[in-house]
Design a binder for this molecule. Structure first.
Ligand SMILES: Nc1nc2c(ncn2[C@@H]2O[C@H](COP(=O)(O)OP(=O)(O)OP(=O)(O)O)[C@@H](O)[C@H]2O)c(=O)[nH]1
Ligand SMILES: [Mg+2]
Length: 300
């Protein structure tokens, strides 16, 4: 009797499950082709020329890696064009630079432009400051400009009268799920400031939540657990509450960082996020480019 009791007491209480029984959001695993075709076929209004996606966020969260990951998912091989590095407290990217993704035929490109900037840093005097993000968002900064905190672009770096093709059409805040709990209040304040400015300019906003593999062992085991993981859902809810992004604007991805080959499931999440980015950006273009007058057939 004592033996049975001792045995019972020596056992740890059962741990609550770390995953849901059913995913809380539907992902078209094994059907990435739909999103792939959607992204590859996308053509914005000719006045916009391309859909301009501006990425921002704290340093080292995976902004440059996300550009490389979309490039990799579209081209079917790992790309490392946007410089990514393993620095975490200081921004590795130091310029405002735009990237296009090449189609199979050399010299032809997808209708997407990614603008990569250095991270927002919590220490003033480093990284990109919020004033400069506002200028980039409104199309005042020329590509290739080196941004100095506290200073604004002047001369040939400054565009006096931007048109719709120079402005950001969708703003993507890149946050790491692995360090979300450690995110400083100062980061949150700066991100909120950018959000308010984007809201005032009517620019749609999305969050790409990276490093989900580092944040959750279940996801590391299989990326298909992304919407089964209780931990990740809590992270997303927390992000939504602290920074104010609605849950349906948050898209978790795992960037290509160590892999040497692309894979279907990683591509699926990246392309799914990309499709949403296109949809949101397209709404902005519809609202901001007046429809062309239908041709009057009697005046020809
Ligand atoms: N495991 C994992 N590592 C990632 C992921 N995304 C990015 N990384 C790694 O995180 C590090 C920083 O990534 P970057 O893409 O340089 O980050 P960034 O936001 O562009 O950084 P700055 O330009 O310095 O602001 C690199 O070592 C990447 O390989 C991810 O989803 N999972
Ligand atoms: Mg970078």
């Amino acid at each position: 009797m004592n033996y049975v009791w001792d045995l019972f007491m020596s056992q740890d209480p059962p741990k609550p499950p770390t995953t849901f029984a059913e995913p809380w959001r539907v992902v078209p695993w094994r059907d990435k082709k739909k999103d792939f075709d959607y992204v590859t076929a996308y053509e914005p209004h000719p006045e916009a020329e391309c859909l301009r996606v501006l990425l921002y966020g704290p340093p080292g969260t995976g902004k440059s890696s996300f550009i490389n990951s979309v490039d990799s998912a579209l081209r079917g091989r790992i790309s490392t064009r946007a410089s990514a590095a393993s620095g975490y407290d200081q921004s590795f990217t130091t310029k405002y630079r735009s990237y296009k993704i090449q189609r199979e035929t050399p010299g032809t490109f997808y209708s997407l432009v990614f603008s990569d900037i250095m991270g927002i840093e919590k220490v003033s005097g480093r990284g990109v400051d919020v004033e400069n993000i506002k200028l980039i968002m409104r199309g005042h900064v020329h590509d290739g400009c080196k941004l100095f905190p506290g200073g604004t672009p002047t001369g040939s770096d400054y565009r006096e009268s931007p048109t719709i093709k120079d402005k950001a059409h969708v703003l993507v805040c890149v946050i790491s799920a692995a360090t979300l709990n450690l995110m400083d209040a100062e980061f949150v304040r700066r991100i909120k400031e950018v959000r308010q400015e984007a809201e005032a300019a009517g620019i749609p906003q999305i969050v790409v939540l990276t490093k989900i593999d580092e944040a959750c062992p279940e996801v590391k085991k299989s990326i298909r657990n992304v919407y089964m993981s209780k931990h990740l859902k809590t992270q997303m809810e927390q992000l939504s509450v602290t920074v104010g992004f609605p849950m349906n604007c948050v898209f978790p991805v795992q960037n290509y960082s160590e892999q040497t080959e692309t894979d279907e499931d990683t591509d699926t999440l990246i392309l799914n996020a990309m499709r949403k980015i296109i949809d949101y950006g397209q709404d902005f273009l519809i609202d901001n480019i007046p429809p062309t007058e239908p041709k009057n057939r009697y005046s020809e």
